[in-house]
Design a protein around this ligand. Structure first.
Ligand SMILES: Nc1ncnc2c1ncn2[C@@H]1O[C@H](COP(=O)(O)OP(=O)(O)OP(=O)(O)O)[C@@H](O)[C@H]1O
Ligand SMILES: [Mg+2]
Length: 254
């Protein structure tokens, strides 16, 4: 359990750092309090916590969609991207046109953005489905389009808000394998929110546990295994031990 994680990679550059962050909404709700969290290059950090503890708020702060009431949020990343819980695809656009949207908005020439979109769709295993519209795709495929859209910009930091929450168990496991492959291939730093403790442990270099609202960080548990992690890792006793450790921290601070 003491093997250094991704020891071959330099992990000194802070890609994202939240320091002493409190978030209070005008409604009077304090969503987060005293949060210190950093995600370095080469890291994939998962956040678990009870419903309503401020996980989405944390992600929105990291992406700049919200501002901290107290404390600071520093992002040292050229590009960051956001994958929402719901795939949020435009129904009237094909899969490829959905992925091209970001390039369109940033004024990339047509040929260039088509090429980039096709590559991103190939990468997530959707070759041949470019012309389909979201309603013609399965839930897992729609999520793949959403991930392709996030990765087409080659982000340094990728933010995921429970992307697999709506998927069935088998698709979900397949998507975990897929995401792990993309993480290794593309080298983005990841901040990943999930309700599944096993998913957090399987995917991450570190699992962050939050308390009930107002959310604060109550535990940070490093996950030691090198990548790629075989699916069978989920059946090993060391894996179950870590899942138990995270679950216990969750229950103690719910
Ligand atoms: N824009 C907003 N205005 C007011 N209150 C908000 C706003 N956004 C979130 N909240 C409140 O902040 C708290 C945290 O919400 P958030 O969505 O971050 O929780 P969460 O941990 O993502 O929950 P879930 O696991 O159910 O997705 C909740 O009480 C919510 O009502
Ligand atoms: Mg949420």
């Amino acid at each position: 359990m003491s093997i250094p994680c991704r020891g071959d990679m330099k992990t000194t550059t802070a890609t994202l750092a939240l320091t002493g962050v409190t978030k209070r909404f005008p409604t009077g709700t304090t969503a987060l309090t005293g949060v210190d969290l950093s995600v370095d290059a080469g890291e994939f950090v998962s956040v678990v916590g009870p419903s309503g503890c401020g996980k989405s708020t944390l992600l929105r702060l990291a992406s700049g969609l919200e501002e901290a009431t107290v404390g600071r949020v520093d992002v040292d990343a050229g590009t960051s991207s956001y994958v929402f819980q719901d795939p949020t695809l435009l129904e009237w656009r094909s899969a490829r046109k959905n992925v091209e949207l970001i390039g369109e908005l940033s004024g990339l020439p047509k040929s260039q953005r088509q090429k980039a979109a096709q590559e991103a769709l190939d990468l997530v295993g959707l070759t041949g489905f470019e012309k389909q519209h979201p309603r013609q795709l399965s839930g897992g495929m729609r999520m793949r389009v959403s991930i392709a859209r996030a990765l087409v910009a080659e982000p340094d930091l990728a933010l995921f808000d429970e992307p697999f929450g709506a998927l069935d168990e088998i698709t979900r496991l397949a998507m975990q394998t897929e995401l792990q492959r993309l993480f290794r291939l593309k080298g983005f730093a990841g901040l990943f929110i999930t309700h599944s403790v096993a998913e957090a442990v399987y995917l991450s270099t570190r699992v962050v546990v939050m308390s009930g609202r107002p959310g604060r960080i109550v535990a940070e548990i490093p996950v030691p295994w090198e990548f790629p992690r075989p699916p069978e890792l989920r059946f090993e006793s060391d894996f179950a031990h870590l899942v138990g450790q995270v679950s216990q921290a969750l229950e103690e601070h719910a």
